[in-house]
Ligand binder design. Sequence first.
Ligand code: TRP
Length: 470
Amino acid sequence: MSVSSSGSAAYSGSLEGSNAQRGLWSSRLAFILAATGSAVGLGNIWKFPYVTGENGGGAFVLVYLLCIAIIGIPIMMAEVMIGRRGGHSPVNSIKAIAQRDGLNPAWKLVGAVGILAGFLILSFYSVIGGWAISYVGTTASGQLSGQTADAVGAIFSGLLSNPGTLLLWHTVFMALVMLVVAKGVRSGLERAVSILMPALFVLLLIVVGYAMTTGHFGQAAAFLFQPDFSKLTTSGVLVALGHAFFTLSLGMAVMMAYGSYLPKKISIAKTSITVSVIDTGVALLAGLAIFPIVFANGLEPGAGPGLIFQTLPLAFGQMPMGSLFGTLFFVLLIFAAWTSGISLLEPIVEWLEEQKGMNRTVSTLGAGVVCWALGIASILSLNLWADFAPLGFIPMLEGKTIFDLLDFFTANILLPLGGLLVALMAGWVMSKPAMEKELALSPGTFSLWFVTVRFITPIAVGVVFIYNLM
Ligand code: TRP
């Protein structure tokens, strides 16, 4: 399959036939692999459990699932549709559609929001990817075996308190991402992921199996699936919405970029639903793996971003062949994070190539190095600058470090904003017959989708924003 996106597809101004020139996904599976590779990442395994813990469990999970179903899937369909109809990189796809449907070219802003979001997300994503790299060594060395919760916690605090080590692994992660983006060799990695992702799934199942033996599985399942609405705050609803965008890689035009390679005969709805179901399945499985360990060891569900690094090592320290499974698990987590990281950097690089005429190597180096440098601020937020809350004078940002702010601003503001723009574009300005043709749904299903992107998504995102930001 030729999806290496050399990025050189010059904007020709014509829509017809443009897909043929860029090379199509060889099959529906290839698209699903790439889109799943982008979607399944640290968001599922690192972020979902800790935001669920911080926001009280069941009610938060329910809102998150609702956001996936009634906002995430329709927006993913809209993004893939815009990409396929445009047939180019996101900014140029929108330009092409704007020209054809007579829209205001200012809709390009969707692409710009996406590029900014991807850049900011990758800066801290890479730091967390670095934690995963560091834990390969921690598990492989066998030092976890039979450890107590306190000892495992101390290993993690030791990592966070050491800016040099964090910088080293952040650099390695960013270099891995830049290497693939610079060489445009995604397809090889994506093919590897077709084996590695299922392997990650199996390892998660093994940890869930271990978690069942802790005697706290029922408590964890209740925590995740019995909604207690007294624990849900308005900010929790915003986090759930933001996380739905984050975990599905939405609001950033990534799915638009992938959609431009999808053959016309393939159903956008079915593929979007498949990707979303896989992504959600991985997240729920991660929750079922982690929370029994939390409760069995008297840990705090709201422990924050370190949650999986304080719980999973305990499980690997106690289960038979734990060092082997643990090492494998973190290696696979790195692969999952790697494919996601690539999809965060790719849009910026493609934009630099197309708009600024830079070559791929130079644009990758430029964007990657600046992003890496910004990552240093996140590293310092974990130790030397842990008490530095630059926007702490704003009540809702009180106590948030630079790392927290980057996460908050991207996931909870930029991505929903990007998604809102996509919904408005599809719901209000694009040619309806063209969308009907592109989605090829039954009239009833199309109307359902259309009403969702036209009314439900904008209203839901708007209401959550107003409640939180006013
Ligand atoms: N979805 C990825 C995760 O869950 C992160 C990610 C990759 C992303 N590409 C994205 C998030 C684009 C938003 C937009 O780890």
